[in-house]
Design a protein around this ligand. Structure first.
Ligand SMILES: [Fe+2]
Ligand SMILES: [Fe+2]
Length: 287
């Protein structure tokens, strides 16, 4: 029996997803602009009372151990950094997508959020070693959303997934993404890209979501960003923060060397730094 996924059913599932709020979209657009300033982010947060409350709750979480309560957004943002505000906004606007169990991947509940958050932190760390100018917070945002397609694809992938690892072992396909394509005619990057289009996310994020496993396929101007997330994703899996049975079943494209100075030592440092930041971020972002 064919396990080819009905694209129309996937399209309908995506159509049903609630849209991002205006402020969350503005925030992602502002972050995607390398010329933006912290003040632009502050303005957006101040106009959204729900976001303001979550940001203040996060900065005052016991994880940060601040002696004095922070009550202003300006201070909260300078303390937390733009990336934590983006995390809060993305978490709020994607609802249950990050927390539902990934059926086809046999992933744990909340595993997608943990993997994407770790990848976001690692992608930002990778970006610090860029040979050219690089917007660190955009790398973080890309990492945070790169695998969002799995949240919808997992359900459609359920019936075919048991054959994926066997296909890789037998050399029929070279990685997990190809197994998804081969078995269903679709993969989590394509589904994620359709979701990003539905949400009207900035083009740079659409490119990350679509090309994070094959960054060389992204248009040239997007490649540094897509490679940062590509490496950040692998680092996350190396640190044991994967989404289930696809952990480390993807190829590392060495083309990242054109954009980043990463020695084995710096990679080890990136893993350590990411683990430290991740445990704090994860604990403070609990809803
Ligand atoms: Fe992926
Ligand atoms: Fe990933």
């Amino acid at each position: 029996m064919s396990k080819i996924v009905d694209r129309e059913a996937v399209r309908q599932a995506i159509e049903k997803l609630p849209l991002f709020s205006t402020s969350a979209l503005q925030l992602l657009q502002v972050i995607a602009d390398p010329e933006h300033e912290l003040e632009d982010v502050i303005k957006i947060v101040k106009f959204d009372s729900a976001l303001t409350m979550r940001v203040l709750k996060t900065v005052n979480s016991p994880v940060y151990g601040l002696v004095k309560e922070v009550t202003s957004i300006d201070r909260a943002l300078s303390y937390l950094g733009e990336r934590m505000v983006v995390s809060i906004a993305v978490q709020e606007n994607t609802g249950q997508l990050f927390s539902k169990p990934l059926e086809g991947y046999q992933g744990e509940q909340g595993g997608l959020w943990r993997h994407d958050l770790f990848s976001a932190i690692a992608s930002r760390e990778v970006a610090r070693y860029a040979k050219g100018n690089f917007d660190l917070d955009l790398a973080f945002t890309g990492g945070l959303l790169h695998d969002i397609g799995k949240s919808i694809f997992a359900t459609f992938w359920k019936d075919a997934s048991q054959d994926a690892l066997g296909q890789i072992d037998q050399g029929i396909v070279s990685d997990y993404l190809m197994a998804e394509q081969d078995l269903t005619g679709l993969d989590h990057t394509e589904v994620g890209y359709e979701m990003a289009c539905h949400w009207n996310l900035p083009e740079s994020l659409q490119a990350v979501i679509l090309h994070h496993h094959h960054p060389a396929e992204a248009i040239e101007c997007m490649q540094p960003l897509v490679y940062a997330v590509h490496v950040g994703d692998i680092v996350s899996m190396m640190a044991g923060c994967d989404t289930g049975n696809d952990g480390l079943q993807y190829q590392l494209d060495s083309g990242y060397k054109e954009f980043f100075n990463l020695s084995p030592n710096t990679l080890a440092e990136i893993v350590l730094n990411s683990e430290e930041e991740f445990s704090k971020a994860e604990a403070s972002l609990v809803c």
